[in-house]
Design a protein around this ligand. Structure first.
Ligand code: 3DD
Length: 421
């Protein structure tokens, strides 16, 4: 079986687990609402992203993509897309220079016309176009952003007055951040750690830096395997949540001497530094589940320790104190670098939000001024509802009396805008 045929087999399997995207094809495919849209995308090029790409095409868009992560690429999935003529630029293990080349290939389409929509993650493609192709920005109707870190990047662009197109940050959809970030991580983090190291988690001390959505999923997963989990946090609310869940909450300096496995999930920079690594027990395992690869000071490690590559995505460093650090995926997203990322069903929730955002920005662009928006609660609830049947959920209907009592419509929205799920 060729790479492309293998990829097609796995894409077919993934479609069964992605009911939200399949519903979008059934409902909106015939009317081609994305006709005329030239969507350039930047996401991990996985099987799930392939299903997203072909959904956007089914809705009438021209689509070409690059990868946001050098190691979050499944080549066989991309081979299947290329075989059908889709422009995808990326290969597992691409260098930084090759990444930039791939990013730039998505800006102009084969007919010479520039992109007029962006589907981004981490704000990478948005920043690139604003910096290197300002001449095409006026033709961009909108940008949808995938992840927490990207929201931070785009907010900075907005505050600096540099953002020139409307953005919908789908990470702000509850059916993305409270599903993908928590429950996706809850399964994919340990998948990555175990494929890389086969380490026993039960009985070990695991340190999770950050108790946001990703940290919550990480901590719950590690505890589920019988590890003793320590959390580090800067935010008193997240720290209180972690403590109330029964986790010990310490500083990284205090946790470094106790921990055996370390996971960063903060979106911040230099969370694990040299002084922490030098305090760690021998053969401590370090990995990152956050979007950017800045959380672990990999630069210091590479400059101050003897590196031995054990196998792809697994490096062992001997420190000056004679102890070793085992670094996974070079400090990049371990679930994508050492495994296949989040599973299809949870990515269906995230990517259904992406498709809705692209449709909103393309067909109702006059409703979106330059700034950062989120999808309505009604659409958010619809994304959730689309995924219930697949997992046997039987939803209870509000009757008129109950709806009146709660002061909400019988068919939702069920919560006020400020509600925190
Ligand atoms: N299978 C997959 N396909 C595409 C992207 C994937 C993924 N697994 C994790 N991400 C990253 C997501 O968690 C993304 O929503 C994020 O927030 O970074």
């Amino acid at each position: 079986m060729s790479q492309a045929d293998f990829g097609r087999q796995e894409i077919d399997l993934a479609e069964y687990e992605m009911p939200g995207l399949m519903m979008m094809r059934r409902v909106y495919g015939p009317s081609k609402p994305l006709e005329g849209a030239r969507i350039a995308g930047c996401l991990p090029l996985t099987i799930e992203t392939a299903v997203l790409i072909e959904t956007l095409q089914e809705l009438g868009a021209e689509v070409q993509f690059c990868s946001s992560h050098a190691f979050g690429i499944q080549d066989h999935a991309m081979a299947a897309l290329v075989k059908k003529g889709t422009g995808v630029y990326g290969w597992k293990g691409e260098t930084d220079e090759e990444y930039v080349w791939c990013l730039d290939q998505t800006v102009y389409f084969p007919d010479g016309k520039p992109l007029n929509m962006i589907l981004d993650t981490g704000g990478d493609l948005t920043s690139w176009v604003h910096e290197k192709h300002p001449d095409i920005i006026s033709g961009i109707r909108g940008i949808s952003e995938e992840t927490t870190a990207g929201g931070i990047t785009l907010n900075k662009l907005l505050k600096e007055g540099k953002l020139k197109a409307p953005v919908i940050n789908i990470n702000d959809s509850v059916t993305k951040c409270k599903i993908d970030n928590i429950y996706g991580t809850r399964e994919s983090l340990v998948d990555g750690i175990k494929r890389a190291t086969d380490v026993m988690l039960a009985g070990k001390v695991c340190v999770v830096a950050g108790y946001g959505d990703v940290g919550k999923g990480a901590a719950q997963s590690l505890r589920g395997f019988g590890a003793r989990v320590i959390v580090t946090e800067v935010d008193p609310i997240n720290a209180l949540q972690a403590a109330m869940e029964g986790y010990e909450v310490l500083t990284m300096q205090e946790a470094a001497v106790k921990g055996q496995i370390f996971v960063t999930t903060t979106g911040c920079t230099k969370v694990i530094r040299s002084e922490h690594m030098l305090a760690m027990p021998d053969n401590s395992i370090l990995c990152n589940a956050g979007f950017f690869d800045t959380e672990i000071d990999v630069k210091w490690l590479k400059e101050n320790a003897e590196r031995v590559n054990i196998k792809p995505q697994v490096d062992r460093f001997k420190l000056s104190n004679g102890r070793h650090i085992i670094l996974l995926a070079e400090g990049c997203m371990v679930n994508l670098g050492c495994a296949n990322g989040q599973s299809s069903f949870v990515m269906s929730c995230s990517f259904t939000n992406q498709v809705l955002a692209q449709m909103q920005l393309w067909t109702k662009h006059e409703e979106y001024h330059v700034g950062i928006h989120r999808l309505s609660k009604k659409l958010d609830e619809e994304v959730a509802e689309t995924h219930l049947d697949h997992i046997g959920v039987k939803l209870t209907k509000l009757d008129e009396e109950q709806a009146k009592y709660l002061g909400v419509p019988t068919n939702g929205p069920f919560k006020p805008e400020h509600y925190r799920y």
